[in-house]
Ligand binder design. Structure first.
Ligand code: ADP
Ligand code: MG
Length: 224
């Protein structure tokens, strides 16, 4: 059912991972370049000078290749909009409406009127709330209540997403944000790792409270 979202998530994850990897390798190449130049500085042997020039040329080529790779530039083309979290949540809920009905889930929305907008990439914010709401729904396949609260406090927007589902066992609580950690058949384990990356990117915070067989509550705090 979530096939295309899973693919988008996997792509985002690899894009971000490739981006930081490319950055790291570029720094290493710069260091190597500096030392090769130092080694060649007092060299008189024309053959060795030829070798070191060749190494420098190849290092520059590797540097250019990384710089020009589409993956490397992709995450930078981040679109910045004024985003309304309440609109994003209503949009997600209406997209997931079929599932909500099929699983017999009650909706309890407590969303403050006139929430201020926050600046950022709307698709990223959407991804954050979609991943958490999706997990909440997947934890209540036998019905339950999905509560979403959204309010402002101290120049920050608080969003609380609560379910009355299976809960997260204590022994896996510290693993749920790790990439590829999943307890679901056919799960990607990427949802919460992407959530964490995005929330941290916007200098926000995320907290989890959960009790086995009682339910789970995620709190996301984003600065305005
Ligand atoms: P996936 O949904 O593909 O398994 P996620 O990163 O979204 O990957 O979640 C990782 C794991 O965290 C899930 O497999 C599940 O065990 C646990 N989890 C996350 N949210 C909830 C929730 N609301 N209720 C129970 N378990 C959850
Ligand atoms: Mg998930």
């Amino acid at each position: 059912i979530f096939k295309s979202e899973d693919i988008a998530q996997t792509q985002l994850y690899y894009q971000q991972m490739f981006s930081s990897l490319a950055h790291e390798v570029k720094n290493i190449l710069t260091t190597i370049r500096g030392f090769i130049q130092l080694l060649g500085k007092d060299e008189k042997n024309p053959v060795k000078i030829g070798y070191s020039n060749f190494i420098l040329k190849e290092l520059d080529r590797a540097h250019e290749t990384l710089k020009n790779s589409i993956f490397y530039t992709a995450p930078k083309e981040q679109r910045v909009n004024l985003c309304k979290i309440d609109d994003i949540i209503f949009e997600i809920i209406s997209n997931l409406n079929d599932l909500i009905i099929r699983y017999n889930i009650n909706l309890n929305l407590q969303i403050t009127n006139d929430l201020p907008s926050i600046t950022g990439d709307k698709t990223q914010f959407r991804q954050v709330f979609l991943n958490i709401i999706q997990n909440a729904i997947e934890a209540m396949t036998n019905g339950g209540t999905l509560t979403i609260k959204c309010y402002v406090n101290n120049q920050q927007i608080y969003t609380i997403i609560e379910d009355t589902g299976s809960g997260i066992p204590t022994n896996i609580k510290n693993k749920i944000f790790q990439p590829f950690f999943t307890t679901k058949y056919g799960g990607t384990g990427l949802g919460l790792s992407v959530v964490k990356q995005i929330v941290e990117q916007y200098k926000g915070q995320i907290f989890v409270k959960s009790h086995k067989n009682k339910g789970t509550s995620f709190t996301i705090i984003l600065p305005i």
